[in-house]
Ligand binder design. Sequence first.
Ligand code: CA
Length: 644
Amino acid sequence: MKKKLFPTLLFNYLSFNYLFCFVFLGYTLYPNKILAQKNNNQKLPFELTRIEPKEWWVGMQNKELQILLYGKNIGTAEVKIGKSDAGNIKILRTEKPENQNYIFLYVDLADAKAGKFEIILTKEKEKKPIIHTYTLLTPEKPREQYVGFTPADVIYLVMPDRFANGDPKNDVVKEMNPKAIHNRNEPFGRHGGDLLGIEKNLDYFAKMGYTALWLNPPQENNQPDQSYHGYAITDFYKIDARCGTNEDFGRLVKSARQKNLKIILDMVFNHCGSEHWFIKDLPMKDWIHQFPEFTQSNYRLSTTVDPYVSQFDYDKMQMGWFDRHMPDLNQRNPHLATYLIQNSIWWIQYFGIEGIRMDTHPYPYPDFMAKWCEAVFREYPNFNIVGEVWESSAITSAYWQKNSKNAKNYNSNLPSLTDFPVSDALNGAFNENDGWNTGLSKIYYALVQDGIYPNPEQNVIFLDNHDVSRYATNTGKDLRKIKMGLAYLATLRGVPQVFYGTEILMEGGGDNHGKLRGDFPGGWAGDKVNAFTQEGLTNDQKDLQNYTQKLFNWRKSATAVHTGKMMHFVPDNNVYVHFRYNDNNSVMVLGNNSNDPRKVDTKRFQERMKGYTSAKNALTGETITNLSELLLPAKSVTILELMK
Ligand code: CA
């Protein structure tokens, strides 16, 4: 830098003198010509290339709006509000960070109405300013009508790149990386699935009894490689062109709603892709966590509740990078915090999504995450958010649920979380013989921990997801075990979530992410097997798919398992019995984990069976008139609707 300093200064000095002579002489000789040049040809020394968010709404609870202005040297501009038919727009603050390519403009919308107003960027009076016309919209519906998923829903998790290719033309987008579509046999490449593929198959989801779709992030992931999963976002406001367009996403949300399917969008606030435009030109040094050398998170969520934790471990968990190509965002930077909060509100307001699944929820600063949830629910009191809390102990999981009692008096404001303790139990139970704390007792003990959750019925429960070994793999493709798992998913407290393909025995181990996120058969033209039509499925696959369909369609109207109370009885001799009940309905669920049929004397369950004289098998429709002794098939779960 020092070497260059002198020649640069000298050049500036000389050029200034030349310029001065030229301007002076020119002005004297041809004054009109020079003035005309000033107005038309002399460009301002800055540019405006990006504005986020592109639009906003009036009538929001939070009246303050951050507008990010980006462009070369824009920080040297003066900012004014010009003409407005959107009411009185007041500038609260114009914040210019150390990188001159950014301005964070904060405006007050308290007196705003729907319409347009000008943002004027200027520097020297005689030069034509840059004028951007900003739009304020009226919300489509009252804020109370932006509803989220509930325990009455069944969530189906779909990875957009791997479900169905609705538009082969968008498989490769020239300007994006990688430049070529990967062979579909390449587990870590892009396979071409997209939003249109999901939209074309809405009838399949509805038919199966799923009522909500959680999509792994379809937001732009323009990374050199391996970003088919969506968790390395490079533009928070844009659908990845390989998945489709923002318009496609909006249409998907609307078409899904017509079929009573809710769309839950995955979001990531902990990190973004290394190719994100603002990472390549950081607004300020503390926008991300930076270290002298690459520092990775220790991924230990336990550090957030551990009474003996060291500051070293705690900081590493919060500030370490998730991966080399995923810079760790610093949500304690107030501009970034506001940016992220507004981004989530924009997706809800613009598209009407019906839920957010927040990735790596405990990894950003807990104080920020609590503030974020509060801000979302302040705008949309009936919305819902599930945070990914990948932790096998209930005490650590429960810490993250709204109103939890904990030593730090931390309140996350987060209604729902991913229930890994129950998932672990459902993955272990059927592979074991029943003992004091093995087999069905695993499920029993997992639920005993519920006392620590403020709202266990809000937990999202699952057998598998895009990060862990598939259920078919974990159960050795034993149809009986998989059906048991699904039956518990449908009847335990919580919001069930099914991973795409679980219903057709798709396999894959957690040690190979690319493979466990296989393509859904039938989603690609020319697929020999088609799970949408059952063409080419094995008998086992068909059987399981039919079972899943029956089970979750039954659940749609089973109000007792949505919101009813729960009572269970200590597992005994390989049999575990639980009830879900409300004033009008009572569901009795009997699990037999033994390899033999079991005759069960129901005397010990009288507390909940009193007054009932018969029952209907929820899946077979069979009526049972003798409730004193029930016959349970080997390795099975029987669901009975009790009748008076
Ligand atoms: Ca495609």
